[in-house]
Design a protein around this ligand. Structure first.
Ligand SMILES: [Zn+2]
Length: 263
């Protein structure tokens, strides 16, 4: 499931389409309610990320906004296995962009007046300082891991990178936000930025080989799955202390952590 690093990798991959004109919008899923006549003929002036959303900023002044959710993908190439899962195709004057959405969980919408979703701060925003993180974390009694995944507070972290950031910072994912000390938050802030940057540098995380698993815009796997410390590693050894990694349920999701060095 794409989180900030995977979405950022896709946005960077799509950047070659900046300045391209949309000659045709081929809608293959009739449930997608898109105003085709407002989109065709417009130029893609920018391609941006907001949290886990991808925005095509059009010369109409409107934005075509995609959220990949669990298994959606935007690609510049398409395999034959992906053909029947394609929900729309942007035919551009210099290529095509495919929206591949096998389980129909991804969403697409057109907004005429700006970004319509209420999102928290982006970790790469310059205003995301240790002080800002401290305000977010200490204002809640919720467990720290679901707190970090709350898109209305911090936009972009999901199940994988929240778990990895907490491992790096040595913080138990079950701790209530308002029990974290300033010293712990000073460790968590660079852990969040570091894990996201490392994952971007490795083109994101891919777990499987099905049509639903993350790929970049050229259909290639990410490389960060080999570098994860705890996520998906139940019963393996903690790379820092050698203790067995545990898996628990939190807010309906699996959480992986080391009971020895995350306190
Ligand atoms: Zn450990």
């Amino acid at each position: 499931m794409p989180e900030l690093p995977e979405v950022e990798t896709i946005v960077r991959g799509l950047s070659t389409m900046r300045g391209a004109r949309i000659d045709e919008l081929e809608v293959l899923d009739q449930r997608l309610a898109l105003p085709v006549h407002e989109i065709v003929g417009k130029t893609i002036e920018g391609i941006e990320r907001r949290g886990k959303y991808i925005l095509f900023c059009l010369s109409s002044g409107g934005d075509l906004i995609v959220h990949l959710r669990m298994s959606g993908r935007l690609t510049l190439t398409r395999s034959s296995a992906e053909e029947k899962h394609t929900r729309f195709v942007l035919h551009l004057d210099r290529g095509k962009v495919y929206f591949i959405n096998p389980r129909r969980l991804g969403t697409v919408e057109y907004s005429r007046n700006g970004f319509p979703h209420n999102l928290g701060i982006d970790p790469f925003d310059f205003e995301f300082t240790p002080q800002h993180l401290e305000e977010i974390v200490t204002s809640s009694r919720a467990p720290i891991k679901p707190l970090l995944m709350d898109q209305r507070r911090i936009a972009g972290l999901g199940n994988i990178y929240a778990a990895e950031a907490l491992w790096r910072a040595g913080i138990d994912p079950r701790r209530a936000g308002n029990t974290l000390t300033r010293k712990e938050i000073r460790a968590l802030h660079p852990a969040i930025l570091g894990i996201l940057q490392n994952a971007i540098d490795n083109m994101g995380t891919t777990f499987g080989e099905t049509v639903s698993d993350y790929r970049n815009v050229y259909g290639d796997y990410g490389g960060f799955q080999d570098l994860l410390a705890v996520y998906g590693r139940e019963k393996e050894r903690c790379p820092r202390c050698g203790e067995e990694i545990l898996r628990i349920r939190q807010a309906g999701r699996s959480t992986y952590y080391c009971p020895e060095c995350q306190r």
